[in-house]
Design a protein around this ligand. Structure first.
Ligand code: ZN
Length: 410
């Protein structure tokens, strides 16, 4: 982890204000107030590949420490020669230091996963799908290539956050209606599920696609109001899911199909907007904070024997390749609240207790742990500050932080 740790702090080449020069320009102006609005720009990266990103929060953290070393909290009597610099963080600037990268649209032929296991396949019904039928499915998908890509692009242009994916669900429903597939809707608020029944008995296999986007301010195709963007490529999942449905919904296919195929568009994969989702639970609309857990408790997987999903990956993987992941990180999410004591930052700073500095110390403590993480445990800890203070002239009395702690599952 040491290389990762050092990379996180390689900040010198990044376009942000140099704390030793710009941020401390006010140091020689006693009794005057200069308000600086600073913006730290770095580079988004998925948290599982942190080496390709640069964390704006860590840069900010360094700057805050530089300010703090120069800062003196003073009483009224000795105030004349002193300067008090008090940074606070605004949540819109500091809340998303590392976000997932934009990924290429990839329309995968999911059906090849279903049918491509040949003689070794455990499901006899799938074995019975001959090469000619597989080819027919693939040809149908290829012939509707532009239509499938258009679905993915139209969803890319209308990104929605988890449990709010109404328009995306509508897009799925329209396509299912065009295919004469009946469906259930509103599952875990926005999920859509259709079943293609084969002519013979057999297992039920679900093909899943995730409906939700991330929140990525500055993404070129972000929704200007919500900042939602399909930077995790879930639009490609839905396009692939619809493409698979187009290929499989044919009488020649279903008459040979032993079992059923479920086309399942599922909500809220991303574990974000936690406070909003806690509100959904409190109002009785959901029980869990993410979509698949909610669908499990609703019994929507009870009729499914196996589920398959695809996910796009980063641009460093060669085009056209496919990977299967044998394991995955699990995680816990933490909401942390630091409580201090408000006081006027210019008039009586000595009466306040600065919650932001407590949060800074906690970040340092977390960062000090990083060199102890073993590479093979795949530990990822990536806190953000969601509230850094209330007003710039008030000693921050409440600071909130969210973090995941990810690590390899046993
Ligand atoms: Zn994703």
């Amino acid at each position: 982890m040491i290389p990762i740790f050092s990379r996180l702090f390689q900040t010198s080449s990044l376009p942000f204000p140099n704390p030793s020069k710009r941020c401390l320009q006010i140091a020689n102006r006693p009794c005057a107030i200069t308000v600086l609005h600073l913006r730290w720009l770095s580079k988004y990266s998925h948290v599982s590949t942190p080496s390709t990103g640069a964390d704006a929060a860590f840069i900010l953290h360094q700057t805050a420490w530089a300010l703090r070393r120069k800062n003196t909290s003073v009483s009224q009597k000795s105030q004349r020669k002193k300067t008090i610099s008090r940074p606070i963080l605004s949540s819109t600037i500091a809340s998303v230091p590392i976000v997932k990268t934009a990924m290429k649209l990839c329309c995968m032929r999911v059906v090849t996963i279903l049918c491509g296991t040949g003689k070794n396949c455990v499901y006899r019904g799938i074995i019975m799908i001959a090469d000619a039928l597989k080819q027919q499915v693939c040809n149908t998908i290829d012939s509707r290539r532009d239509e499938i890509i258009h679905i993915g692009e139209s969803i890319m242009d209308a990104p929605e956050l988890g449990f709010k994916e109404q328009r995306t669900a509508d897009r799925v429903k329209e396509t299912l209606e065009d295919l004469d597939l009946s469906y259930e809707e509103g599952l875990a608020l926005t999920g859509v599920k259709a079943v293609l029944r084969g002519a013979k008995p057999g297992p039920t296999i679900a093909l899943m696609g995730e409906l939700d986007a991330l929140q990525v301010p500055g993404h070129p195709r972000a929704d200007p109001k919500t900042q939602a963007a399909h930077a995790c490529g879930h639009n490609a999942q839905i396009a692939g899911l619809m493409g698979a449905a187009m290929g499989l919904v044919q009488p020649e296919i279903t008459e040979h199909l032993a079992g059923n195929i479920v086309f399942f568009a599922v909500p809220a994969e991303e574990y974000v907007e936690i406070n909003y989702r806690i509100g959904l639970i409190k109002s009785g609309q959901t029980t869990f904070l993410t979509g698949k857990q909610e669908l499990v408790q609703l019994g929507q997987f009870d009729d499914i024997d196996m589920a398959i999903m695809i996910h796009t990956t980063g641009p460093d993987v060669s085009a056209g390749s496919m990977g299967l992941s044998p394991s995955s990180n699990g995680f816990v999410a933490k909401n942390i609240r630091f409580l201090g004591k408000a006081s006027h930052a210019g008039g009586s700073p000595e009466k306040g207790v600065n919650a932001l500095y407590a949060a800074q110390l906690s970040l340092s403590a977390i960062n000090a742990q990083r060199e102890t993480f073993r590479d093979e445990d795949c530990v990822r800890v990536h806190p953000i500050i969601t509230k850094g203070g209330d007003l710039v002239n008030i000693i921050p009395a409440e600071v909130t932080m969210e973090t995941y702690v990810r690590a390899k599952t046993a």
